[in-house]
Write a protein that binds this ligand. Structure first.
Ligand code: DC
Length: 221
């Protein structure tokens, strides 16, 4: 069985998906982290995104793979563990940029569908899981939330990880709105709910309340 959870950043997607997977004993796949892993490589190897041969070579020779170590999923770019770099601001920005490129999306689509075949019952979170990657998923969820609240959540998350006195909530909001626009207006696989997705507004809900709301929709045996 596959559950897809899509939506913009700051809606609680990954925390909810992780918690839901834990309570169900299912596997959780964070597809945003796969885009981030490639973005890390693009920065590290200075890949020219306008050069088709360069990008093509990179995508063909630097596969993104996932390995579980002590219960934590690590994201590898070829044989390098990129996990510790994935939340860097430059990687976040580059992930949003490369997610508009068809060749990047195609490469990751193959990797994502492979994960679904190798895993058992799984939860995939991302932007186009319900619309493009798994159009026949058993349950599709789309999370939304007020942008101001999403910025607040993201700000707290960022300062908890890396205290930065120059970071402001306004800046985080502006970045979120910019990435939202890019995600929603790109030509390929734009961010939008699938027609058969259940849309849940998480603005006033706790993580547990969102998990409970999703559980109600899980089809029975
Ligand atoms: O969920 P996230 O913030 O870790 O995602 C990083 C970037 O990747 C974000 O800009 C959107 C993009 N993305 C995407 O286009 N499709 C997905 N399935 C997952 C993420």
């Amino acid at each position: 069985m596959i559950i897809t959870i899509d939506g913009p950043s700051g809606t609680g997607k990954s925390t909810v998906a992780k918690k839901l997977a834990d309570t169900l004993g299912w596997i959780y796949f964070d597809t945003g982290a796969m885009f981030r892993t490639l973005a890390y490589g693009v920065i590290k190897y200075e890949i020219d995104l306008n050069s088709e041969p360069q990008l093509g070579y990179f995508l063909a020779h630097f596969p993104v793979t996932l390995k579980k170590q002590n219960g934590v999923t690590h994201f590898f770019l070829d044989d390098e563990d990129a996990t510790m770099h994935l939340r860097r601001p430059d990687v976040t920005e580059m992930a949003s940029k490369i997610s508009t490129i068809q060749a990047v999306r195609q490469t990751l689509a193959i990797a994502q569908r492979k994960l679904a075949i190798s895993g058992g019952s799984s939860i995939f979170d991302g932007r186009d899981m319900g619309t493009v990657i798994f159009p026949h998923a058993d349950l599709k969820i789309f999370l939304t939330a007020d942008p101001q609240i999403r910025a607040e959540r993201r700000y707290l998350e960022l300062v908890a990880k890396n205290p930065d006195p120059t970071l402001t909530e306004e800046r985080v909001l502006a970045d979120i709105l910019e990435r939202d626009t890019r995600d929603m207006t790109r030509d390929i696989a734009p961010l939008k709910p699938a027609e058969d997705a259940h849309v849940i507004d998480t603005s006033a809900l706790s993580i547990d309340e969102v998990v409970a709301a999703i559980k109600k929709h899980i089809p029975g045996p």
